[in-house]
Ligand binder design. Structure first.
Ligand code: GDP
Ligand code: MG
Length: 254
């Protein structure tokens, strides 16, 4: 069983990608399970095989403790962790080739908090797992926002420590020209040029981010299906070393 976590800022397309990737993998003959880790979501376009809302409801926590949405999300994660044994037992019943994990938009949980990392390990510690980080096209088409998203992506990679794939989501919303410029930023120098005038310290900072964190994201539209073949090829390369899905031995290259 392989785990694919889907992370990204609120509205970046995590839930839609989870739904459509699950459909894509099923069409390719695989058994797919979906886990929902968002305790605050009202309705989902898929039927989750594991649902964190069985253990915590963010709206209850907000009401009971008078917390805002962000704090209630953090509290929800902590409360879910307190029921780790039950969660583990439920997860052990899942049998699938792939488990796709849809996560909450409060990215702080995975970028800055230990509880996000602990939740991920609670679900997937015995399996090979990876993280897809979504760079929302709507934000990423602006060079400074793109740089911020690279920093956020690095922060998540550092925090959760899984192999990570940056995906440029919702590319059907970009013009051809916008798509080409965002893709050219993967080369680094192009991004620095696109940032415009920078003071010396910002230039140095941007250059280091570009040097260490910049890779071309995989352009995907979950709604039109564009880029899904390429996404799947990258997923296979990371999880199964390029082999077909049924090769579930540990990959010596990771
Ligand atoms: N055009 C377009 N819209 C998308 C795509 N993926 C998601 N959306 C829309 O973006 C909004 C947020 O998507 P959702 O999956 O709920 O984001 P989440 O908050 O990251 O789970 C919804 O209105 C979706 O219909 C896509 O590939 N193309
Ligand atoms: Mg969602």
């Amino acid at each position: 069983m392989y785990f694919i976590f889907v992370t990204g800022t609120a509205g970046s397309g995590k839930t839609v990608l989870t739904t459509n990737l699950s459909y894509y993998l099923s069409q390719a003959g695989m058994d797919v399970a979906i886990a929902n880790l968002d305790p605050a979501v009202d309705s989902l376009p898929y039927v989750p095989d594991f649902d964190i809302r069985r253990y915590v409801e963010a709206s209850d926590i907000m009401r009971k403790f008078g917390l805002g949405p962000n704090s209630s999300m953090i509290a929800s994660a902590d409360m879910a962790l307190a029921r780790a044994t039950e969660i583990k037992e439920e997860m052990e019943k899942i049998r699938a080739n792939y488990v796709i994990v849809d996560t909450p938009g409060q990215i702080e949980l995975f970028a800055y908090r230990n509880s996000g990392r602990m939740l991920i390990w609670l679900l997937a510690e015995d399996f090979k797992a990876m993280n897809i980080f979504l760079l929302d096209s709507f934000l990423a088409k602006e060079a400074r926002s793109y740089l911020s998203l690279l920093l956020l992506s690095s922060s998540i990679k550092f925090r959760i420590g899984l192999p990570q794939l940056n995906v440029l989501s919702k590319v059907d919303l970009l013009s051809q020209q916008e798509l080409e410029s965002v893709m050219s930023w993967g080369e680094g120098d192009e991004l620095i040029n696109a940032l415009g005038t920078l003071d010396d310290s910002s230039y140095e900072l941007a250059s280091s981010v570009v040097q260490y964190a910049s890779t071309s994201p995989i352009p995907v539209s979950a709604t039109t299906g564009m880029g899904m073949d390429s996404l799947y090829a990258h997923i296979q390369r990371i999880l199964a070393g390029g082999e077909d899905y049924y090769t579930e031995e540990p990959n010596p290259n990771l």
